[in-house]
Write a protein that binds this ligand. Structure first.
Ligand SMILES: NC(=O)c1ccc[n+]([C@@H]2O[C@H](COP(=O)([O-])OP(=O)(O)OC[C@H]3O[C@@H](n4cnc5c(N)ncnc54)[C@H](OP(=O)(O)O)[C@@H]3O)[C@@H](O)[C@H]2O)c1
Length: 332
């Protein structure tokens, strides 16, 4: 099958640049069109990343009949509007995290995609990275036994100039939706929906959460200890502990890494599982997966299912209720 999937990018910001660069590594895919809110941004982005078309509005991108799939790279508060726009124009969609502002928006987005038989996926790149695929394999093979504890943290101190979307509630600001999604993803993916959630939020003057400490409890005895922070540069590591062994993702567990630590029995017996360095920034794996799904006419990823995305959004809602974090989108 020699078909090429033609990608469009909606929003030419920071993450769009990394994604566009990585798309060059994806087989049977091409960056065909990009759209920004201004002609200058769209044109210079298209020139730099060799896209055929540059549109000065998102509306023109979705109207282009030759675009197969659109990657949405705008701030979270705009994901609902932009996903709906793409789906209404019959485009397949890969949407950045946080997928939406709340579960209610996510349900509508998913319902529209399903009713139109259109592909939709949350851009949860971690799920597709080689080290995380290995984590899933080791767990499936019972190498660490039954998981009893997950610890994961994600923290960085935003550097100046701080992007408005980091703290502005109107753009979905706050650590929970921006980076808290990664530790939460790990707990949900490995342990499922928690029976009980405890959470503490620490707030910036804008009302956005600057830090969020969470504990998930499970009836079967497992727990997860999770943390997100815009106040400290953390290792952003994770421990996955089973009754027969332990896996340790030493730093930046959400992104590409060259090693995974495996402790098969006692705390002292360490095996290091090596990985080749990613050729790109690490977004090529999710982009290849979406391209393959589309080449095989799938309307949903078998690896990052829409129900997984909905569970993440529902869990974020539960946490936000505990820490009393409300967004303007909640009352829309
Ligand atoms: N997967 C990952 O590793 C990862 C990493 C970073 C960020 N993200 C996610 O990607 C999304 C974008 O993050 P980013 O860091 O790329 O943000 P960014 O640099 O601020 O880019 C966002 C882009 O959205 C467009 N936009 C449209 N309306 C806007 C508005 N009212 N205010 C601001 N921007 C607006 C702008 O593009 P134009 O002006 O070009 O139209 C802007 O360049 C977020 O949801 C974030 O969580 C994911």
């Amino acid at each position: 099958m020699n078909k090429t999937i033609r990608w469009g990018i909606l929003g030419c910001g920071k993450i769009a640049r990394k994604f566009a660069s990585d798309l060059a590594l994806v087989k049977q895919a091409e960056l065909y069109a990009v759209a920004a809110r201004s002609t200058e941004t769209a044109s210079s982005f298209a020139e730099e990343f060799r896209a055929t078309k540059a549109y000065p509005s998102y509306q023109e991108l979705v109207a282009d009949k030759d675009v197969d799939v659109i990657y949405i790279a705008t701030p979270h508060a705009l994901h609902y509007e932009h996903v709906m726009l793409c789906l209404q124009h019959k485009k397949a969609v890969l949407c950045e995290k946080a997928f939406a502002m709340n579960a209610s928006q996510a349900k509508e987005m998913i319902a529209l995609a399903r009713s139109q038989n259109l592909f939709l996926m949350e851009a949860f790149w971690t799920r597709f990275l080689p080290h995380y695929v290995k984590v899933k394999e080791l767990i499936r093979e019972q190498k660490i036994g039954t998981i009893q504890y997950v610890h994961a943290e994600f923290g960085f101190k935003p550097s100046e100039p701080i992007a408005p979307r980091i703290y502005d509630l109107n753009l979905g600001g706050g650590s929970l939706l921006d980076i808290g999604v990664y530790p939460i993803f790990l707990a949900l993916d490995l342990l499922g929906a928690p029976d009980e959630i405890f959470a503490n939020g620490f707030f910036a003057s804008t009302g956005a959460d600057e830090q969020c400490a969470m504990q998930f409890r499970y009836r079967h005895g497992a727990t997860a200890q999770l943390f997100s922070s815009f106040q400290s540069n953390l290792a952003t590591g994770a421990d996955i502990v089973g009754d027969r062994g332990r896996l340790r993702l030493t730093h930046r567990f959400h992104g590409p890494t060259t090693e995974l630590e495996f402790y098969p029995s006692t705390v002292d017996t360490r095996e290091v599982i090596p990985f080749e360095s990613a050729k790109g920034f690490g977004y090529e794996y999710e982009a290849q997966h979406v391209t393959d799904c589309l080449l095989n006419s799938l309307t949903e990823s078998p690896l990052r299912k829409l129900d997984d995305t909905l569970l993440l959004m529902e869990t974020l809602d539960r946490i936000r209720e505990k820490i009393e974090l409300h967004y303007p989108a909640d009352s829309a």
